[in-house]
Design a protein around this ligand. Structure first.
Ligand SMILES: [Zn+2]
Ligand SMILES: [Zn+2]
Ligand SMILES: [Zn+2]
Length: 273
């Protein structure tokens, strides 16, 4: 019933394009060998999946193959297969390529009333039961459909408690008008606010980090001195020797204990947070 609109994961496509474009800019032919060398330097994590990504990206028409002759060195005049990124905008067909809920590739179903597409697993059962699929955003949008014509601006005031958009939110944030998390969450109730939903997810992630330890959060973001990770929090974390599979016992601080499971952050080396 579904259809695959994109085989390649969006996060894999971008480093591949970066490689091809950069190699082309150096006036060289982007063959597999050069792309692999570029990835090894810039995105080592993508290297093991390179062949798979190339195959999928070609299937998606996001990368093209080209047979060309080398200009330089031992490859001069020798025919070789190489890769190209698209050089013009893609003509859309009215639907998105990635799931609106998780933003990933794969088998999706298309909303009959808007451009959005969804993985089945990303939808609640009630949406899958309908004969013609109309997505969660459309469902709420129809509920709150407001025809705002010049002379009927009053309608908006009867249906929406308060007009809200990101510009207004930014201004309010600058004026320090938000006192609690609920003030912000309320703004995202508007289903049209796609951007706001993404922002909410990012904020909730950060809030979870802050709840874990506000000192750790502040210090990991400020990184005021290079020993920020060693600064004690208030109250300080318990220090332990912990062990991760495949690694020796190592000093760490305990961020939280949940049913005998210890969430720890290890000392030494490089820290994100
Ligand atoms: Zn999804
Ligand atoms: Zn829709
Ligand atoms: Zn802490």
């Amino acid at each position: 019933m579904g259809t695959v609109r994109r085989y390649t994961h969006p996060a894999r496509l971008q480093p591949l394009w970066d490689a091809i474009v950069s190699i082309r800019n150096q006036r060289q032919v982007p063959n597999r060998e050069r792309i692999a060398a570029f990835m090894k330097r810039k995105s080592p994590g993508e290297l093991p999946t390179l062949d798979e990504t190339l195959r999928l990206a070609i299937q998606d028409n996001c990368v093209y193959t080209k047979t060309s002759k080398g200009h330089k060195g031992v490859k001069a005049g020798v025919e070789q297969e190489s890769y190209r990124a698209p050089d013009s905008d893609l003509e859309g067909d009215g639907h998105d390529w990635y799931c609106f809920e998780c933003h990933e590739n794969g088998d999706v179903i298309l909303c009959s009333t808007c451009h959005r597409v969804y993985h089945r697993v990303c939808l609640k059962e009630e949406f899958l039961e309908a004969e013609v699929f109309s997505c969660p955003v459309c469902a709420v949008k129809n509920l709150l459909q407001i025809q705002v014509e010049e002379d009927d601006v009053w309608r908006q005031s009867y249906l929406c408690f308060r007009k809200m958009d990101l510009t207004i939110m930014e201004a309010k944030a600058k004026e320090q008008e938000y006192q609690s998390l609920e003030d912000v969450v309320g703004a995202v109730h508007n289903p049209l606010a796609d951007l706001a939903r993404q922002m909410l997810r990012d904020c909730l992630y950060d809030i979870a980090e802050i709840r874990l330890c506000s000192d750790c959060y502040r210090m990991s973001n400020e990184k005021a001195d290079k020993h920020w990770f060693c600064q004690p929090c208030d109250p300080p974390h318990e220090l332990v020797y912990a062990k991760q599979k495949g690694f020796p016992f190592w000093p760490a601080k305990v961020l939280r204990i949940h049913e005998n499971m210890y969430d720890v952050r290890f000392f030494g080396g490089y820290h994100e947070r």
